[in-house]
Design a protein around this ligand. Structure first.
Ligand SMILES: Nc1ncnc2c1ncn2[C@@H]1O[C@H](COP(=O)(O)OP(=O)(O)OP(=O)(O)O)[C@@H](O)[C@H]1O
Ligand SMILES: [Mg+2]
Length: 249
């Protein structure tokens, strides 16, 4: 569905993506793991064309989106839903308006139909009754769940989730994973989930890719990755302070 080929991205002198290759299979859940600051969010932004690489290609189905102009890029973007790491809500809109916005913009649904969908979406993420609140009246976890409701609502073919559960309590975390899994089973979208929830993410991912030093260091099934003998991968998964990944103050 998405194929990244030899992606290079540099900010100033910092090379974040260093010839990265990754194939995201259609209809599957791909998890991206890796240390903080390694470029996971940058990677997702390349998939949806919010960032352009210095070199390399980003195929979304048959389109290399790095070559597209604005109109064509917007056409490709309609295939996507995205949950940003910071939820990216509109601060001046209520929760209800935030979730309803894409339906109003992108569909011809009536006001009543939108109303039913928005209430159902909020209910699904455990936010019944919060429609009239504004983003700055919500906790971080609540904002994230509003973003999730919005990302799922248009029933897109590809959904990118940037840390959908970071900062949420363990029960909500499990409920959100279950919601993603159930929605995925129902609609069969292609999902890419950046996550630090280890080991929980392994229960819902069909494949797991570890990003390290600008490349995909290892990719495989959740079971393969959990049993990896690669010193970087196994250190990361165990959370050990001893190993090749050094935490520099
Ligand atoms: N727009 C930008 N301009 C300059 N540098 C950037 C920009 N976006 C990201 N970076 C840098 O690229 C690196 C990777 O950032 P990114 O946000 O992708 O990390 P991450 O893997 O998502 O980390 P985390 O797990 O903490 O979210 C960081 O060093 C960051 O400072
Ligand atoms: Mg990030």
């Amino acid at each position: 569905m998405i194929n990244l080929v030899n992606l290079v991205k540099t900010f100033g002198t910092q090379k974040v993506l260093n010839g990265l290759n990754l194939e995201v299979p259609v209809g599957k859940i791909t998890a991206i793991i890796g240390p903080s600051g390694e470029g996971k969010s940058v990677l997702l932004k390349h998939m949806i064309g919010l960032m352009r690489p210095d070199s390399g290609q980003v195929f979304v189905e048959d389109d290399d989106i790095t070559t597209l102009g604005r109109t064509d890029l917007n056409r490709v973007r309609e295939k996507f839903g995205m949950l940003f790491q910071n939820a990216a809500l509109f601060d001046s809109m209520s929760v209800y308006e935030n979730v309803a916005f894409p339906l109003q913009e992108k569909t011809k649904l009536s006001r009543e139909e939108i109303h039913v969908k928005v209430l159902e979406a909020l209910e699904n993420v455990g936010l019944r009754g919060t429609g009239s609140k504004f983003p700055d009246e919500l906790s971080g976890g609540m904002k994230k769940r509003v973003g999730l409701a919005r990302a799922l609502l248009l029933n897109p073919r590809i959904i990118l989730f940037d840390e959908p559960t970071t900062g949420l309590d363990p029960i909500i975390c499990r409920a959100i994973h279950q919601l993603i899994k159930d929605t995925h089973t129902k609609y069969g979208f292609t999902a890419v989930i950046v996550s630090h929830e280890i080991p929980e993410i392994f229960d819902i991912a069909d494949q797991v890719a570890m990003l390290y030093r600008g490349e995909i260091l290892e990719m495989g099934s959740a079971v393969d990755i959990q049993h990896s003998t690669h010193p970087v991968v196994s250190q990361f998964i165990s959370g050990s302070l001893d190993g090749p990944i050094q935490f520099v103050k």
